[in-house]
Design a binder for this molecule. Structure first.
Ligand code: HEM
Length: 511
């Protein structure tokens, strides 16, 4: 039986209460007012990025090992310890730039955010389908997103704005070489990889730390689309990837990913030509092999899109014992940003919602009140004591899980400086050289088509960067635009960049 929110039966859901059959309506019409005013408030702000997405549930199953060794040597995180141990997960896949109802065929990074509901509380691994990112300092995030979002005047995504920003941001070249290759349009969510991108740490029982990077590999294989493939799908269906995931789960074809981890000692590693905390870089797999630590299966779609997909909230600060942050400057900024936006977007009690609750841990805080408080954490026998410390009762601090918490020794002057080993081009060039011919062709075509829509000075600077990335790439893109190395040889390096010896050699060749 239909009721209103007060539990009163609804006898007529078709007609308002009016004076006579032809109106006017009366203001005491509670049932109508409740219905329409709730409707007026149905939308919450969409995510500022990653607005379009879909969520599914499943489990993570640990292998208990890292290579030939028990994983406990490196991390004490409970979810990883025993082979076969299962932890419930919720996973949200997303596109980044478009709004909540935009096309899922967009050339755009894809979000790959996993919430593990562990017995020690929740762990969120908030990743993307591409292994690197555009920038390495969180202070630039609003700028890169503004450049990628629609023009504030025309509301069109404008190549001229995008590549204006990118041409002044050399650290983004590695990301661009990935994003404008076929990998920039995954065929759907089941056939894409996931990467934690930022560098995290593992902590073992002794308090020793190592640096780690996370990778999800789909058992279904990796499939991507060209612009032409995407145009055909987009003509028929805006939400093909969401549909594909739901349909597969409904058919019982549960998608599966393996979680692999790369590890290095927790140091600066001066022997490397990049900084291990730089998220515009990958760690070469021949030196830092990616080892499987578990698998994840998704076997249930959401029952309600708003409650479970729109309101689900992930954050890089959501870690469990045995996992830690690194000093990565992006990661620190992200960790502030996620819960900050969620307190605004969903509300200050967003963690009380079923999809966000740490449902497999016991939650006992002294946090109280605020909009939409749904429950008060159990204070056990002391409902009066919502503070700590107390002689009278209430909650007590937990004991540290280890004898000693030995964080790294960090020293240095307060400063605003870019990291020393920026090396913006080498890995972008290696990535290009690893591509198959059709991927290289697609990348070149995509760049040419977009740079043609840019002002000449923007296109020239982009060609200059691409010549430093890899001769062939720069020459081919330049050729498509009628820009020769000679045309750009007079451009000075940007004040915001440092060149390596190899970059200087390439630059010298331009003239
Ligand atoms: C979502 C900020 C970099 C992956 C978001 C949201 C914000 C944000 C504000 C919306 C969250 C919400 O409304 O719930 C930032 C900042 C970054 C950054 C400030 C850089 C400093 C990254 C990077 C990755 C990433 C490097 C990939 C590793 C995601 C994903 C989501 C997201 C997957 C969607 C989560 C979901 O499905 O709800 N980010 N982000 N972000 N971000 Fe970032």
């Amino acid at each position: 039986m239909l009721t209103n929110r007060q539990g009163h039966p609804v006898y007529d859901n078709q007609n308002q209460r009016t004076v006579g059959a032809r109106g006017p309506a009366t203001l005491e019409n509670y049932q109508f007012l409740e219905k329409i005013s709730h409707f007026d408030r149905e939308r919450i702000p969409e995510r500022v990025v990653h607005a379009r997405g879909t969520t599914a549930y499943g489990y993570f199953e640990a292998y208990g090992t890292f290579g030939d060794e028990p994983i406990s040597r490196f991390t004490r995180a409970k979810l990883f310890q025993e082979a076969g141990k299962r932890t419930e997960v919720a996973v949200r896949f997303s596109t980044v730039i478009g709004g909540r109802d935009s096309a899922e065929t967009a050339r755009d990074p894809r979000g790959f955010a996993v919430k593990f509901y562990t017995e020690d509380g929740n762990w969120d691994l908030v990743g993307n389908n591409l292994a690197v990112f555009f920038i390495r300092d969180a202070i630039k995030f609003p700028d890169v997103i503004h450049a990628l979002k629609p023009d504030p005047v025309t509301f069109r995504q404008e190549p001229n704005r995008i590549f204006d920003f990118m041409s002044q941001t050399p650290e983004c070249m590695h990301m661009l070489v990935n994003l404008f290759s076929p990998r920039g349009i995954p065929a759907d969510y089941r056939h894409m990889q996931g990467f934690g991108v930022n560098t995290y740490k593992w902590v073992n029982q002794q308090g020793d730390t190592v640096l780690v990077k996370y990778h999800w590999m789909p058992k279904q294989g990796v499939r991507s689309m060209t612009e032409a493939d995407a145009a055909v799908i987009q003509g028929q269906e805006l939400g093909h990837a969401t549909k594909d995931l739901r349909d597969a789960i409904e058919r019982g074809e549960y998608p599966e990913w393996e979680l692999l981890v790369q590890m290095m000692s927790d140091e600066e590693h001066p022997e490397l030509d990049f900084d291990p905390l730089d998220d515009t870089k990958v760690w070469p797999e021949n030196e830092f092999p990616a080892r499987p630590v578990g698998r994840m299966v998704l076997d249930k779609a959401v029952g309600n899109n708003f409650a479970e997909n729109e309101q689900i909230s992930f954050g890089t600060g959501v870690l469990v014992d045995g996992l830690d942050f690194s000093e990565d400057k992006m990661l620190v900024g992200r960790t502030f940003s996620y819960s900050d936006t969620q307190r605004y977007r969903v509300g200050p009690n967003y963690l009380q919602l079923p999809v966000n609750q740490a449902k497999n841990a016991e939650i006992r805080t002294n946090q109280r009140d605020g909009q939409m408080t749904y429950f008060v954490d159990s204070a056990g026998e002391s409902p009066h004591i919502n503070y700590e410390p107390s002689l009278l009762g209430g909650l007590r601090e937990a004991e540290y899980p280890t004898v000693d918490e030995e964080g790294p020794v960090i020293s240095g002057r307060l400063t605003r400086k870019r990291i020393p080993r920026t090396n913006d081009y080498a890995q972008a060039g290696q990535r290009y050289l690893l591509m198959e011919q059709w991927e290289r062709d697609d990348l070149v075509n995509n760049f040419v088509a977009l740079f043609k829509q840019c002002e000449r000075r923007v296109a020239e600077r982009m060609v200059w960067h691409l010549l430093l990335v890899e001769d062939e790439l720069g020459l081919r893109v330049g050729e498509g635009l009628g820009i020769t190395p000679d045309d750009v040889s007079g451009l000075e390096p940007l004040a915001s960049q440092d060149l390596t010896d190899e970059d200087r050699d390439r630059l010298a060749k331009l003239g």
